[in-house]
Design a protein around this ligand. Structure first.
Ligand SMILES: Cc1cc2nc3c(=O)[nH]c(=O)nc-3n(C[C@H](O)[C@H](O)[C@H](O)COP(=O)(O)OP(=O)(O)OC[C@H]3O[C@@H](n4cnc5c(N)ncnc54)[C@H](O)[C@@H]3O)c2cc1C
Length: 459
């Protein structure tokens, strides 16, 4: 019998997880990964740490070249340009043709350029790929004044990275609150204080309309909405990402904002699967096909796609989204439906939201049906809980993180939270104490069945 030919386009979290899973399921299968970037797999979230010199370049690689050899995975560098679903072939930019029996598209998402003139100028940078990040570090060493544009985590990470590299950094925000789609006023002010301590100049309600260049095609300024020019020599852009699905243009594969897949990660073509940032997956939390630009989701989707490519019929069940990040030394964890600020008159609700940020899930921005929220604030530590009836559906934790794993477990397993209800409206330490009690009762009553019965710290 001929070995099955598996072709995976994309060498990121989804693609590599899928290749590894296939190898375990089908030791004889022929596995080829196509990568547009000439590197073994690296960690995209790690790029933010590379930017602030928290890790050396070598540490960003999640796989070494030998790993591919040991796993008998053929890693091909090149751009997959076209897909012929009738012939079952992937056509590369240099003319190479790869026939497949099962294909996985795991091409990820890329930063979108600014929607106004100037995107092509030297000095416009993105925190997106390894090459882009190395270019950003190099440019930061030579530039004096930066403007960063964008409202999400990536823009914030960029401000930190540029300031860390000695650049006078100005952060332009359209709105009047940091990370306004997610943070409330208190959460935002905690981060704001840290940013000001690091000498970041925050410009609220400020919008760029054009990036201006000099005669040599280098950034010289940014034009503002009121017509003023703001001098700078580097512009960091992080206004969102777009799934990379050029490969399937002119193919019959169905898309919405990304490749639509069913619960088996299968596209509208039987032998073509998709996973990670380029896939739009059914989401049990919102009952819709959503975008989920998160590393753990890409890993889980790559794993599920591979099992189904190997002939198993295992539906993928999307977990509650989770992200932990470190900004200016402040730990921030986001999970489930966080429900943005109630009085936010944002016109960028989930329905019209054009682009999603890196490290972000659409689920965060959806409102639970019977929404209620509880709040605890103690110095630099805050905890926000979001409830749908008797169930916890989301949480945002800033600072002390001992509640993160317990809350994630309670959300993910839909554990009834009614017992804690009376203390929710009191908030503050009472809420945290109640949570601590609830968690230790849960551990006691279900001894052994909880994976990580860690303690919740109160003071
Ligand atoms: C700076 C930064 C910070 C982040 N922080 C977090 C975080 O804190 N938490 C979190 O959960 N997530 C974070 N993310 C998001 C996370 O990294 C992504 O969700 C995840 O990497 C998606 O994996 P993927 O495999 O779908 O795509 P990717 O990792 O983007 O991989 C796509 C692969 O496809 C290749 N490719 C694309 N097109 C082609 C083509 N036509 N032909 C051949 N190869 C192609 C690319 O070269 C790449 O190898 C962050 C991302 C960035 C950039």
């Amino acid at each position: 019998m001929q070995p099955i030919r598996y072709v995976i386009v994309g060498n990121g979290a989804a693609g590599v997880t899928a290749a590894e899973t296939i190898r375990h399921q089908d030791p004889m299968g022929e596995i080829t990964i196509v990568s547009a970037e000439p590197y073994p797999m690296y960690s995209r979230p790690g790029l933010a740490y590379l930017l602030i010199n928290e890790i050396p370049r070598q540490q960003v690689f999640a796989r070494q070249p030998e790993w591919y050899q040991q796993m008998c995975i053929n890693l091909l560098f090149g751009l997959a340009e076209r897909l012929d679903v009738d012939q079952q072939q992937v056509i590369l930019g240099d003319g190479r043709i790869l026939p497949y029996d099962r294909l996985l598209i795991a091409t990820g998402a890329r930063a979108v350029p600014p929607p106004y003139p100037g995107a092509e100028l030297k000095g416009v940078v993105y925190l997106d790929t390894l090459d882009g990040t190395l270019a950003l570090v190099k440019q930061a060493k030579r530039r004096r004044r930066a403007v960063v544009i964008g409202g999400g985590i990536t823009a914030l990470e960029m401000t930190e990275g540029l300031a860390h590299n000695g650049v006078d950094t100005h952060y332009f925000l359209r709105r009047n609150r940091l990370w306004s789609k997610v943070f409330n006023d208190t959460e935002a002010s905690l981060l704001e204080k840290r940013m000001r301590d690091h000498h970041i100049n925050i410009h609220y309600n400020t919008e760029a309309t054009e990036i201006l260049g000099d005669r040599k095609g280098r950034v010289r300024a940014v034009r503002l909405e009121d017509g003023r020019e703001f001098k700078c020599d580097i512009v960091g852009v992080a206004i969102g990402v777009k799934p990379q699905i050029d490969l399937i243009q002119n193919s019959p594969i169905k898309t919405d904002r990304a490749i639509l897949v069913n619960e088996f990660m299968q596209s509208s073509q039987r032998n073509v699967f998709a996973a990670g940032d380029c896939a739009q997956v059914y989401d049990r939390w919102t009952n819709k096909h959503t975008l989920d630009i998160l590393w753990p989701s890409a890993v889980a989707e790559g794993h599920a796609a591979a099992l189904n490519m190997c002939g198993q019929q295992i539906p993928y069940e999307k977990g509650s989204p989770f992200n932990a990040c470190l900004l200016y030394g402040l730990h921030i964890t986001t999970m489930g439906q966080i429900n943005p600020h109630q009085d936010d008159d944002s016109d960028e609700g989930p329905e019209v939201m054009q682009y999603l940020s890196r490290g972000s899930s659409e689920v965060w921005y959806t409102y639970p049906r019977h929404y209620a929220s509880a709040w605890s604030n103690d110095g630099e530590n805050t905890l926000r809980l979001v409830l749908d009836g008797d169930y916890l559906v989301g949480a945002l934790i800033v600072g002390e993180q001992s509640t993160a794993d317990p809350l994630r477990y309670i959300i993910e397993n839909r554990i009834n939270f009614r017992e804690v209800h009376p203390d929710l409206s009191i908030g503050g330490l009472a809420l945290k104490r109640s949570l601590q009690q609830f968690w230790s009762n849960l551990n006691r009553n279900q001894a052994g069945s909880y994976p990580n019965p860690q303690n919740i710290i109160i003071e």
